[in-house]
Ligand binder design. Structure first.
Ligand code: TMP
Ligand code: MG
Ligand code: ZN
Length: 188
């Protein structure tokens, strides 16, 4: 039977949004009805498009809560969500119930915040998912596979007690490996 949840995750600059757009394209070529969502908070490149760092884009609904997704999904066979780490807890039930109904849910988001700690709903979503794809970037310090996102403030590593949510791209973030990732003020 149809209906499952797939999660695309990893650090920034790993190509999560690109991979989501690729999967959406493949399904649209096959004639599937796809609807795409992103949180309103992310207006980096566009208000109502999902855009990757390299400029690929696709039409989407910018929503401010998981409830809105329920209303707007209509009878779409495929529900795609980008930047899913920014959604409220309700997104877990929304994704699970779509999948239970026989729909394919594809969610992309950051697994770790700039501190290197699990990001919001991501641990839950990843455990409920049938399929998890973890993408890596390249460490901008040493070239190793990058799994962490370094936040920079005026070129210096952001402190542990910085706010978790801060929309941005390459002006304030870079991909780092575990060893090169720096979080001043972290006690662990
Ligand atoms: P991306 O995964 O598509 O590159 O986008 C990640 C977004 O999340 C970007 O706007 C920066 C933001 N962000 C935070 O708000 N807090 C964080 O700790 C990190 C690492 C990213
Ligand atoms: Mg992205
Ligand atoms: Zn490194």
């Amino acid at each position: 039977r149809e209906g499952w949840l797939e999660v695309i995750t990893g650090c920034m600059f790993a190509g999560k949004t690109e991979e989501l757009i690729r999967r959406i394209n493949v399904l649209q070529f096959a004639g599937k009805k796809v609807v795409v969502f992103k949180p309103k908070i992310d207006d980096r490149y566009s208000k109502d498009q999902v855009v990757s760092h390299c400029g690929k884009c696709i039409e989407s609904f910018a929503v401010s809560s998981s409830k809105e997704i329920l209303k707007l999904a209509g009878d779409a066979e495929v529900i795609a969500i980008d930047e899913v780490q920014f959604f409220d807890e309700g997104i877990i039930e929304v994704c699970n119930s779509f999948a239970d109904q026989g729909r394919r849910v594809m969610a992309a988001g950051l697994d770790l915040d700039f501190r290197g700690e699990p990001f919001g709903v991501m641990p839950s979503l990843m455990t409920y998912a049938e399929f998890v794809t973890k993408l890596t970037a390249v460490c901008m310090r040493c070239g190793a596979p990058a799994t962490r996102t370094q936040r920079l403030v005026d070129g210096h590593p952001a402190r542990y007690d910085d706010p978790i949510i801060q929309v941005g791209a390459s002006e304030s973030y870079e991909a780092r490996c575990r060893h090169c990732h720096e979080v001043p003020g972290r006690t662990l």
